[in-house]
Design a protein around this ligand. Structure first.
Ligand SMILES: Nc1ncnc2c1ncn2[C@@H]1O[C@H](COP(=O)(O)OP(=O)(O)OP(=O)(O)O)[C@@H](O)[C@H]1O
Ligand SMILES: [Mg+2]
Length: 362
């Protein structure tokens, strides 16, 4: 039997704490209103036309966990990341961090909370000020969040961080400028700057997508080592399921602003329930040329998030969709049969129908 990539899933073994989650996202929506104009008039059906970037999302992240968020471009991953950090305000729903409702915090409380959550973007060059030395860049968050540190204490923290991200000897790098180091090293600096205030949560938005292929796995290894060293929790955003496989404990798959499947990585990759997840996994290139079975993504374009399809948003592209059902009923996340903590929003593969029970007529 050919060994598929799915059977080789190595489950990461992170220390995940029981107890209340660090992050809770409840019924969150983010709509971006369209400017009035031609495009808006096309969609105007009485309600304010908007890009439904995130359209009702629920999940939680436990302390110590690496929670993946995957899906094609435009599915709403980065918007979710920004909502979690309160860089964007939800149109509807709530985000809790360590039990605190972010919408209820005063500006001062939010400022203090900022040091406990940080973001790493994909492009380190765009994230770093070309006129600041590496040392100044890493010291910057300390100036904001720990203004009482002396110059010497700040310098010490900067050198410690450089060492932690593998930039040795640190004194060789602190006074260099971003253009004097490689792209992979620049991403290490961005990571050092994110960690210098000792945050608990890191939102990593495609952190290795722009790195040279040769340094990607070293960056992932570094992020996982730092996770243990600094007791971090990650929201790991990626469009690349092969990357997610190496780092995530659980993963959520997004399509058009919704989570369509979520569960332990091993369960989602080993037995994907949602046809969209299955299509994404089939499209992952297999490194072994003997088993090159890459499938194209399913037929059709991704529909517009301004006017998503009725019923299940994936039904126009779905190979198993049943008309009269999937184009009418909007599926919620439901338990996948014989699974633990694995949910999918598919009327045929999860919930009562999939469990062999018919829903009573309403
Ligand atoms: N500020 C904004 N104003 C209007 N529309 C936006 C804004 N930010 C995001 N969008 C739209 O919301 C949708 C989701 O965008 P988002 O960046 O969250 O997707 P993504 O999954 O991160 O995609 P990618 O993989 O390309 O980074 C897209 O249709 C995008 O064009
Ligand atoms: Mg994005």
């Amino acid at each position: 039997m050919p060994e598929s990539r799915l059977e080789q899933v190595a489950t990461p073994t992170h220390r995940i704490e029981a107890g209340p989650p660090l992050v809770e996202v409840r019924g969150v929506k983010k709509y971006f209103p369209l400017q009035s104009g031609f495009l808006a008039s096309l969609f105007n059906r009485g309600e304010q036309p908007a890009v439904r970037a995130v359209d009702g999302v629920d999940f939680e992240i436990r302390r110590g966990e690496v929670f993946g968020l995957a899906g094609e471009s435009g599915s709403g991953k980065s918007t979710v990341g920004r909502l979690v950090l309160n860089l964007l305000e939800p149109t509807e729903g709530k985000v809790f961090f360590d039990g605190m409702d972010l919408s209820q915090l005063s500006p001062d409380e939010m400022r203090r909370l900022r040091s406990r959550m940080q973001i790493i973007f994909q492009d380190p060059l765009a994230s770093l000020n070309p006129r600041m030395t590496i040392g100044q860049a890493i010291a910057h968050p300390l100036e904001i969040h720990e203004p009482n540190l002396s110059e010497g204490q700040r310098r010490k923290r900067v050198l410690e961080m450089l060492e932690a991200v593998g930039m040795n000897p640190p004194t060789n790098y602190a006074d260099k400028y971003p253009h004097q180091i490689s792209g992979g090293q620049r991403q290490r600096i961005v990571i050092a700057r994110a960690l210098v205030t000792r945050p608990e949560l890191i939102v990593a938005d495609e952190p290795i997508a722009m790195a040279d292929v040769s340094v990607r796995s070293a960056l992932l290894d570094l992020m996982m080592r730092l996770k243990d060293e600094f007791d971090l929790t990650y929201l790991f955003i990626t469009h690349d399921l092969a990357t997610a496989k190496y780092v995530c404990d659980r993963i959520a798959i997004m399509y058009l602003g919704r989570i369509v499947e979520v569960g332990p990585l091993k369960s989602v990759y080993g037995s994907p329930a949602h046809p969209y997840t299955q299509a994404l996994l089939d499209a992952v290139p297999v490194p072994d040329p003997k088993h090159r079975r890459t499938q194209p993504m399913p037929r059709g374009e991704i529909p517009s998030p301004i006017d998503p399809p009725s019923g299940c948003r994936f039904h126009p592209r779905c190979p198993i969709a049943q008309m009269g059902l999937c184009d009418v009923e909007d599926p919620q996340l439901m338990q996948v049969p014989e699974s633990d903590n694995h949910l999918a929003a598919c009327l045929l593969r999860a919930g009562p129908r999939a469990m062999g029970q018919q829903t009573p007529p309403s």
